[in-house]
Design a protein around this ligand. Structure first.
Ligand code: FES
Length: 130
């Protein structure tokens, strides 16, 4: 069984990376899992189309919060265009464990939040440039 991956998930849950807020964030986005009400909020600072800095906060189960913590580590320094390409398989590989459909919702909450924020930001940018 994937005990090392489970340990890693629990470590991120207990010691979340990039936890908190960014006062000068360009992107602020928050969403919840309708099944349980667990919440993830992300703050992102963008510079030249790149995630310069990112923080998250939230409350909920180990999978949803660990997934958010891991994702913030991975997207720092990425171009927003790359972030748009992150998919469910990326999250599954990142977590490295088998997930039931309910747990999959937990795992994907942070990705939903991240992508909603990035798309909204890019949409606003496009409108501004029109
Ligand atoms: Fe709520 Fe996992 S139980 S997100």
């Amino acid at each position: 069984m994937a005990s090392q991956e489970l340990e890693n998930i629990l470590d991120h849950y207990r010691n979340p990376r990039n936890y908190g807020e960014l006062a000068d964030a360009d992107i602020r986005v928050k969403d919840s899992n309708p099944l349980c009400g667990d919440v993830v909020e992300m703050h992102i600072k963008v510079r030249d189309g790149v995630v310069e800095d990112i923080r998250f906060k939230g409350k909920g189960c180990a999978i949803s919060q660990a997934s958010a913590s891991m994702l913030t580590e991975r997207v720092r320094g990425k171009r927003l265009e790359e972030v748009k390409d992150i998919d469910r398989q990326y999250i599954l590989n990142m977590l490295g464990i088998e997930l039931s459909p309910v747990r999959l919702k937990c795992a994907l909450l942070s990705l939903k939040v991240l992508k909603t924020g990035v798309y909204t930001y890019l949409g606003e940018k496009l409108k501004l440039e029109d």
